[in-house]
Write a protein that binds this ligand. Structure first.
Ligand code: 5GP
Ligand code: ZN
Length: 112
């Protein structure tokens, strides 16, 4: 599998790791859009939210709980943060492996 985020989660490509569990991996975005910008991904290859299935319900919940935990670790849980799933081209998705953006550490502008 030549997927970039599969390779990052398998540590074949280095990243600044924030979380590494049996089924979830999280790492700093290489081009941060905010002081805190972490990508939370399932280790299972799912292309986008458009392909999630009922069997993925647990992993989706774990992604949000991981975001909560990382927001606490990054000290942005009190000031607040934004969680974003970009989906396919109109949604601005560049990497075709499901990922949740955790953004915070500054006042974020209005959504596009
Ligand atoms: P998307 O636009 O697909 O929702 O977000 C993909 C994100 O992945 C972008 O914010 C981009 O900066 C980040 N990204 C792309 N390639 C790499 C990489 O090789 N390493 C890391 N850490 N982040 C990457
Ligand atoms: Zn993948």
């Amino acid at each position: 599998m030549s997927c970039l985020f599969c390779q990052i989660s398998q540590k074949k490509i280095p990243s600044q790791v924030q979380l590494d569990t049996d089924d979830i991996f999280a790492f700093n975005d290489i081009h941060p859009k905010a002081p805190v910008h972490i990508l939370i991904i399932p280790k299972k290859h799912i292309p986008s939210t458009a392909e999630v299935e009922k069997i993925d319900t647990e992993i989706l919940g774990k992604m949000i709980l991981s975001a909560k935990k990382l927001a606490e670790k990054s000290n942005i849980n009190q000031t607040g943060y934004r969680l974003v799933f970009n989906t396919k081209s109109h949604g601005g998705q560049i990497v075709d492996h499901l990922h949740l953006h955790l953004l915070g550490g500054k006042m974020l502008g209005p959504m596009a």
